[in-house]
Each structure stands twice: as C-alpha cells, then as structure tokens.
Design a protein around this ligand. Structure first.
Ligand code: FES
Length: 302
C-alpha cells in the first residue's frame, strides 16, 4: 500500500473514468470556491498534479469540459471516495459551478494528465503556489511528507484575500513565506523574490510550482539559475483534455534541438520547467518581475 492507504497503481497512470458525480459539499475558501465530489474511482487512482474535466452550465450547456486541478482526495475503500477541486468565478462555466449545491450532480472525467514525479528518497522540496493555483500543492505536500521529505512553501497572490490556504501551508511546512503584490499580507512582492534565500536555507533539491504561466516562467528561471530541478503544472487553454484537439500546446525544447509543441493535457500539466521554451510564450511581464503575474488565458476562458 502507498503512503495514503490507497492501492498501488500498476502499469502506469490509471485510465480516466467518466461518471456523473454527486456534489457532497460546496464551501467558500476566502474568495474561492471548493467543491467536494463523490468520485470513488478517481479518488482511488488520482495522483498529485492530475486534473479532472467537468461539464458545466445549466443542463451541462457548455460543451467543452473545464479542467480543474485535484486539490485533495479522500479514498475510504471501494465505492467510497471523494475529491475536492477549487475554483474562482472568472467566466460563465465557473459561474455555473458556483450555483451547485449538495446532491446536485456534475459530469466528470478523470483523472487526466501527467502527475508530479515524486522523489524516491527523502528530499528537500520547495512548493510554490500563486493564488488558487496553490490548490494541487496540498495534495502533493501530503504525499511528500508521507515519504519523509522536508517541505517548504512560498505562497503568493496579488492581495491577502486572493491567497489560498496560507495558514495551512504554514502548518504543513518546515518554513512558509507568504507574499502579496500589495503587501496586504506577508512580504510585499512576488513569489520569486524569496526563492534564492529559501533555496539556500532549506538546501532545496526540488521545486514544484503551480500558478499563472508568467509566474511559472519566472520560478523556472530562478530554479535553473540555482541549479535546482523544477516541475511546473502549467495552465493552458484546454478544449478536449485528452490529446485530440491540440488547443493546449506548450513549446518545449526538442531533444534534437529547436522547439517542439507538447500537449499539456497529456504530456502535462506537469512539465519540466527547464525544458519549457518560456520565451516563445511571450510572457515578458512576469519574467521581468513586474507588478505581479497576470491571470492566465486559461483562467479567463473558464
Ligand atoms: Fe485537446 Fe490538449 S486539450 S489536445
């Protein structure tokens, strides 16, 4: 059995399952929403960094599924399991999700995508999240702690109200630095500001990051400079979520040189930050350390 008591997956990632999931709970987490869904099969097999696709809207009117990172899973044996996703109301799809109440149902497929790779040995890991992009890092933190890893957190947002579970990050981690663009909580600045000092103090061996693409670009740049491996969970527009439509491609360094396009829904969402061709994405605002990181295109389409 793995650290969290679920059966050991064999033969690679589990195939996604399609189901109509009952809403078990809908809570507010600051300005964000948390949905708890009865999804035993997904809860049994999901790994940190994977996501689910939800059909939303009245009568599931929006034909394209919206991707949501898995925040937590709770698996209690066959037929009894749930998962949580976190979202912000940023468009019609997420507005429709915000109307869901317990006992409503939602059409779900998952788990999808490529998960974070976990170290085999106890390792010093730095987890960096921006806004509610931090959500999958808490699932990851549980798994890393169960493996005896040291974890440190940097959690950032534009303002205090847009931080996600900063107090829980402090509770879980050996150290946690909070940043806000406007200084309303923690340090004024962006998540990359404290990275060098945290990496040095914690002797960080591996960085994991989730959040807007410009933030991920900047985090990857700092990690590469510090010669620390960096896994990032990218946020890209996704239409099919299963590798068919090529709406989610991310430019990556090709082994033979040049650039190749990777479908982030199947090769990602977790990618090697050092291999993403960030300059091709035109994210200069985030790379320059400007005033915070813009919302991603994917978020605006939700
Ligand atoms: Fe269709 Fe990735 S979302 S290929």
């Amino acid at each position: 059995m793995p650290e969290d008591g679920r059966p050991v997956p064999s033969g690679g990632p589990a195939p996604p399952s399609l189901q109509v999931a009952e809403v078990l709970g809908h809570r507010r987490a600051g300005v964000y929403h948390t949905l708890t869904l009865a999804a035993s099969e997904v809860a049994r097999t999901a790994q940190p960094g994977q996501f689910i696709g939800l059909l939303t809207g009245p009568e599931r009117a929006y034909l394209l599924r919206r991707p949501f990172s898995i925040h937590r899973v709770d698996w209690r044996g066959a037929g009894s399991g749930s998962l949580e996703v976190v979202f912000d109301v940023v468009g019609p799809g997420t507005r429709a999700l915000s109307w869901l109440r317990p006992h409503d149902t939602v059409d779900l497929v998952g788990p999808l995508g490529h998960a974070f790779t976990l170290p085999e040995q106890p390792t010093s890991c730095l987890l960096i999240g921006g806004g509610y992009g931090s959500a999958p890092l808490f699932f990851l933190a549980e798994r890393l702690l169960a493996r005896g890893c040291r974890i440190d957190f940097i959690v950032g947002a534009s303002t205090e109200e847009r931080l996600f579970k900063a107090m829980e990050a402090k509770r879980l981690a050996r150290s946690a630095v909070i940043t806000t663009d406007d200084g309303s909580a923690g340090r004024r600045g962006i998540v990359t500001d404290p990275m060098p000092e945290v990496i040095e103090a914690a002797r960080t061996e591996l960085v994991y990051a989730c959040g807007p693409m410009a933030m991920l670009a900047a985090v990857s740049q700092v990690a590469t400079t510090a010669k620390v491996a960096c896994q990032v969970a990218v946020e890209e527009l996704m239409a099919c979520g299963t590798g068919i439509c090529y709406s989610c491609v991310v430019p990556m360094a090709a082994p033979e040189g040049g650039i190749r396009m990777a479908r982030s829904c199947v090769e990602g969402p977790v990618l090697d930050g050092a291999q993403v061709a960030w300059a091709e994405l035109g994210l200069s605002a985030g790379l320059s350390g400007g005033p915070g990181y813009p919302a991603s295109l994917a978020e605006e389409a939700m």
